[in-house]
Write a protein that binds this ligand. Structure first.
Ligand SMILES: [Cu+2]
Length: 230
């Protein structure tokens, strides 16, 4: 009789423990589905991503970016930025590289040792341009320095939004499908460019020519803010 009771208690104990385990598993499952970790959401076709943009090159710029990716299209993108060089155009892109770190660079990537990061020095961290976030017209990497079609910072701020940007194939980086998948996985990086290093109120050649386009000052293309789309 005593033995039976002990066995019964033992069985109940096992049952109790396994019930708790099942409930815990169910709770974990639903949390994972809601949170959509970067690993699991690559399988989904529509994903919303967010980036907190923080300064590069001591620009004091900051902001946020939101991107909704569906299949090979950016259904919607918003960038809100402040603290930028005022009344100047700011090139902005989504960067991604297969071999990149999918991170924002630091001054450790200043390979030239001149104390500032240019756009090319940031490529090991954020990769090449895959989408140009222009206000009108082409949005491919071909528009990387289309300065007349990027947002202008009224008093250092701007609010940008655009719908239905088709992601394109980028030679040496991937197909549209691969790039869209990488962005959904959390490997895309938003970069805003344009830093008035000498504070004279305009982009000038005080820091030399842009490595992207020698007709432009380096100040016009050096990275000012950056954030990883997660
Ligand atoms: Cu860029």
């Amino acid at each position: 009789m005593i033995k039976e009771k002990i066995v019964k208690r033992y069985r109940m104990g096992i049952l109790g423990a396994s019930t708790v385990a099942l409930l815990a598993a169910a709770a974990l499952g639903s949390t994972a589905a809601q949170a959509q970790s970067p690993e699991t959401r690559g399988a989904n076709k529509t994903v919303s991503l967010h980036a907190d943009l923080t300064e590069l090159n001591g620009s004091k710029a900051f902001g946020t970016a939101t991107v909704v990716v569906r299949n090979q299209k950016i259904k919607h993108v918003e960038v809100h930025a402040s603290g930028l060089t005022p009344d100047a155009p700011h090139a902005q892109h989504i960067h991604f590289g297969k071999k990149a770190l999918h991170e924002c660079p630091t001054l450790a990537q200043d390979t030239s040792g001149n104390g500032r990061l240019n756009t090319v020095e940031g490529i090991p961290a954020y990769g090449p341009v895959v989408v140009s976030l222009t206000t009108t017209g082409d949005t491919s990497p071909a528009s990387v320095v289309a300065v007349t079609r990027f947002p202008v910072s009224e008093d250092g701020s701007y609010d940008y939004s655009r719908d239905n940007i088709r992601i394109t194939k980028v030679a040496g980086t991937g197909t549209a499908k691969e790039i869209a998948h990488a962005i959904r996985k959390g490997e895309g990086v938003v970069v805003i460019h344009g830093v008035d290093f000498n504070g004279n109120g305009e982009y000038d050649f005080s820091q030399g020519k842009s490595e992207l386009d020698p007709t432009l000052p380096s100040e016009a293309t050096d990275p000012a803010a950056c954030g990883v789309l997660k």
